[in-house]
Ligand binder design. Structure first.
Ligand code: NAD
Length: 378
């Protein structure tokens, strides 16, 4: 099988879908790997490193010619896939509900029309055997880390308590809203930097996790949240009563915080609004909010992706692609997710990957010229 790795073309995208390490492993499975010239440069990987690992390096049309599998971080432009093998796989984060250039329904339709089998890696089910293939987890983890680092850099004070000859500096108070993969890493990172950390979520199962990281849980007590993990591990939209109680709780807590990291998402829905303009106004001047939900509309009133917005003396940061700000590590983990996926399904007799029903139905968007995914029907 021929596996092609294209350079990413979306603006601000610095990652690459294969590294020399995964190229070597893919060749070990019996594949031929071709990488587009310059594909790894913004992730600090030279063409020569791919060649040393055994890949052919060339222009886009040469590397995609006859390819059976095309790997991407974001969905590749269908115009680049004119000469791939019939029924070739496109394996990437395809963002079928997104508005950006690398996603959206029109692009999925183009993959279908070209007879490609488009596999959306972000639809990988959250089940134990698929954990090593989970791009959302690997990238959210890094995003949670980077959010705290960038917030700390923007903050005009130090995170840890410092007792100096000139007097004492008090520790920063950091509040993490949404304790999924990104939120847990944000808590751990802020703790390592010496902040006093508190955190909240709608899922009761996160309380134990917050405590185990040495942070203080802040939870709505009088209205029921989501018991345990919720369906598929995810949150849903909460009742109006819950939202009101949460708003009051946040108002009381947030005025005392220096740093707030928001990460709350609901699958297939815009991000829930967690912080209002009035709540921002109650914070101390110089405080910093990092809104990791910026690409999904934001948890904070007034977030503008890729800008630092200042309101009431509070700086609000949000990025359209936070993992892309850690290009080397984000690529290394993304590439391993893709390798783990291909190798788990590699069939020696078929000489290539063959999906089972559970994972195939979860991630396959197009097949046989049609859109086949249940969530994309109608
Ligand atoms: P996510 O990115 O979808 O959401 C981030 C967090 O925001 C979640 O914890 C969610 O509960 C929370 N949230 C949503 N609405 C909120 C609101 N109104 N107020 C406060 N918080 C709100 O979540 P994720 O990081 O993808 O993780 C989702 C779940 O999947 C977690 O339980 C995680 O442990 C689990 N998970 C399982 C696996 C696996 O077993 N393979 C892998 C990764 C994650």
């Amino acid at each position: 099988r021929k596996i092609a790795v294209l350079a990413e073309r979306a603006s601000g995208e610095t990652r690459v879908a294969a590294t020399p390490e995964t190229v070597k492993k893919l060749i070990g499975l019996g594949a031929v790997v071709a990488v587009e010239r310059g594909a790894g440069l913004s992730a600090s990987i030279a063409d020569e490193d791919y060649r040393t690992a055994g890949a052919d390096v060339g222009e886009a049309d040469a590397i995609t010619a006859g390819a059976d599998i095309v790997l991407g971080v974001q969905g590749p432009d269908p115009a680049l896939l004119g000469t791939v093998a019939p029924g070739a796989w496109v394996v990437a984060g395809l963002d079928p509900f997104g508005q950006g250039a690398g996603g959206g329904r029109a692009r999925v339709e183009a993959y279908a029309a070209a007879g490609l089998e488009a596999l959306a890696m972000e639809f990988m089910p959250r089940i134990t055997r698929a954990q090593s293939m989970d791009i959302l987890s690997s990238q959210s983890n890094l995003a949670g880390y980077k959010a705290v680092i960038m917030a700390a850099d923007t903050y005009g004070r130090a995170f840890p308590m410092m007792m100096t000859a000139a007097g004492t500096i008090s520790a920063a108070k950091c509040f993490v809203m949404g304790v999924g993969v990104a939120g847990l890493q944000a808590i751990a990172t802020a703790r390592r930097l010496g902040a006093q950390v508190s955190a909240t979520d709608v899922r009761s199962a996160t309380k134990e996790q917050i405590l185990s990281l040495g942070a203080k849980p802040i939870f709505v007590e009088n209205v029921a949240g989501i018991e345990g993990e919720g369906s598929g591990g995810y949150a849903t939209e909460m009742s109006e009563e819950y939202q009101r109680a949460q708003g009051q709780l946040v108002s009381a807590h947030i005025a005392k915080q220096d740093i707030v990291i928001t990460t709350a998402l609901i699958p297939g829905r815009p991000a829930p609004r967690l912080i209002s303009d009035a709540q921002i106004a109650s914070m101390k001047p110089g405080s910093v909010i990092f809104d990791l939900a910026a690409p999904q509309g934001g948890n904070v009133e007034g977030t503008v992706a890729d800008q630092v917005v200042e309101k009431h003396g509070v700086k609000i940061i949000g990025l359209s692609n936070t993992p892309a700000h850690l290009p080397a590590d984000a690529s290394a983990l993304f590439a391993r997710n893709l390798f783990n996926f291909l190798s788990a399904f590699w069939d020696k007799v078929a000489g290539g990957p063959v999906l089972d029903e559970e994972i195939g139905n979860a991630i396959r968007l197009t097949q046989g010229g049609r859109i086949v995914h249940a969530r994309l029907q109608g």
